[in-house]
Design a binder for this molecule. Sequence first.
Ligand code: ADP
Length: 198
Amino acid sequence: MEIVKNDGPISAEEIASRLSISKAAIRPHLASLTLSGFLAARPRVGYYYVGKDRNALIADIFREIKVKDIKSVPVVIREESSVYDAIVTLFLEDVGTIYVVDDQAILQGVISRKDLLKVSMGNNDLSKMPVGVVMTRMPNIVTVEPEENVLEMASKIIEYEVDSLPVVRPLKDDALEVIGRVTKTNLTRLIVEIAGWG
Ligand code: ADP
């Protein structure tokens, strides 16, 4: 790419000879650089540098990285657990959202900080109140799958105005097994990591 950038347009033969490798060996590399939009080629002119628009490069990165690459371990409780226990779990596990699952790890609901604050403001005995009463319940839960990319995940977080998404594996009968969680923190961590690549 440096050669093309500095001396393009340039033929494949010339690039190969500068690198002291065969034309056949360089073909696949030129093809992939052309496909990914860094170089372009014209017959009888040769390869020349196009570069990529910066925003397109950033979008590529966020499309390449998958939810499974950045997900965290989910923090889960059972529907029968009390609101009091949910609050304790929130502090102990240092998370903002807890997922409610059955004994097969199938997603039943989501409880956020505000759900817990709201119920705590009423005159309730929190240790007697099950989380099932206050959680957001299936099927109204926005989820992601491990193979979805980070751009799709971030778009869901923005569109549905939530802090976290359960990472799920679909089973039969619309059941969703909880296998992880992704949050705004995972996205923030990713940005810091990508900035460090430079
Ligand atoms: P907070 O309560 O800290 O502002 P959220 O913005 O994530 O946290 O939650 C707002 C509301 O949306 C809560 O009632 C919560 O139960 C619900 N909620 C949280 N995550 C999801 C999700 N992934 N899908 C559907 N509802 C959600």
